[in-house]
Design a protein around this ligand. Sequence first.
Ligand SMILES: Cc1cc2nc3c(=O)[nH]c(=O)nc-3n(C[C@H](O)[C@H](O)[C@H](O)COP(=O)(O)OP(=O)(O)OC[C@H]3O[C@@H](n4cnc5c(N)ncnc54)[C@H](O)[C@@H]3O)c2cc1C
Length: 406
Amino acid sequence: MVCNQTDKVQEAETLIIGGGIAGTATAFYLVRYGRDVALVERGEIASEASGVNAGQIGATGWGDMPDLGSYLTMGSLQLFKEMQLDLGYDIEFRQSGSLTAIHTPDQYDYMRDRVLDMRSHGFEVELLTAREARAIEPEINPALPAYMHTPLRAQADPVRATRAFADAAARSGARILTNHAVSGVAPRAAGGYLVETDRGDIVCESLVIAAGAWCAPVGRMLGLEIPVVPVRGQMWATDSLPPSVFLTQSSAESAYAWSKDDGSDTRTPPEVTHKHGTRVTRHLYGRQRRNGEIIFGGDRQMTGYDKAVEHTGIEVNKGHASEVIPMLSSLPIARTWSGLMPFSMDGAPIIGSIPTRENLYIVSGLASSGFGRGPMAGKLLADHIHTGHRPHVLAEADPARCVTDI
Ligand SMILES: Cc1cc2nc3c(=O)[nH]c(=O)nc-3n(C[C@H](O)[C@H](O)[C@H](O)COP(=O)(O)OP(=O)(O)OC[C@H]3O[C@@H](n4cnc5c(N)ncnc54)[C@H](O)[C@@H]3O)c2cc1C
């Protein structure tokens, strides 16, 4: 259903640039409304961040006053379930729950207060002793003071899930044009846009920028400054092992550090692990894939568009992971990889219409949790485009706050 042929000049009511989770979800929910949709992707579907991420789906509940965060996480959770359970795509979805390791007494005090606060607002989290946590995840470190358990969190295979959204969109009538790199965009006098690709031009009435870490260069084609910066994430995997890690894993170390200082300045978005080239904290996420590989990662470092894996960071991450799952310390690293995450400079998503241009939309800034939040980000934008009314929760993600003319 995904094609890589373009016939001369094509036309589409809505054209989406980017075949990651944000773009494919937008395509799927728009075409389900009966809209005429095309999507252009310069590589294959899921060839960037959406295909190389850890596959963790964060969700802690709707809470008693659902905000954008609740909508993006809990809404996406439902949409992943729909893909796997109702539409029949095997995306390796599993609502496994998650554990967050607490390493020190200071982290314990911080996480205890956070859990109490979240529970008082209706979220589903609990503190477990190491003994209680080992009853559900036998390989975790019994010597750590405590763990936070988040039962709603889930996992899925990122490539399979993103391709499922693209395939479902194509089956509903969207044209998914892979191996089409956008090199220029110009507004048309008659309205809409002319989008130049290396496989031919496409004319559209509405345009959606879903180009992940490349939103800024695409924005420049339109004379716009889009404050999305690439942040490198890198991961490593063991060889395939028998089932040993059942929940998704993380650590409280970075959350505690960022609660003291989120690290942001004019050049640095909040909550990255390195500031001006120097490590400020260790971040951790991981899980065991269905193929048996145990995968971990965590670093968030600004290296421009350089994606080369930096091995010192991988070793630091493996040490951190081994503090949580001691069996990892004796296992060799079988492979490593990396990808670029789209961080907005203020840390918030950018989803909605760009007010200084007609019929121009963006869905980005999903940062380090865009796989888990991408489906609902795309659906909310599709709702916005289709109805002409902004869903109220998107006020928090309004592009008007940060997208400016150059
Ligand atoms: C190592 C790592 C681990 C992560 N782990 C998790 C996790 O466990 N859970 C989670 O929720 N999130 C995670 N993330 C973050 C998540 O992957 C991203 O937030 C999300 O995938 C962003 O999706 P996107 O569609 O906005 O961008 P992308 O997936 O990057 O898609 C953008 C697409 O636009 C295309 N494009 C760009 N420019 C052009 C052009 N000129 N013409 C045509 N196409 C173009 C690109 O080729 C790309 O395919 C992780 C990220 C990394 C790198």
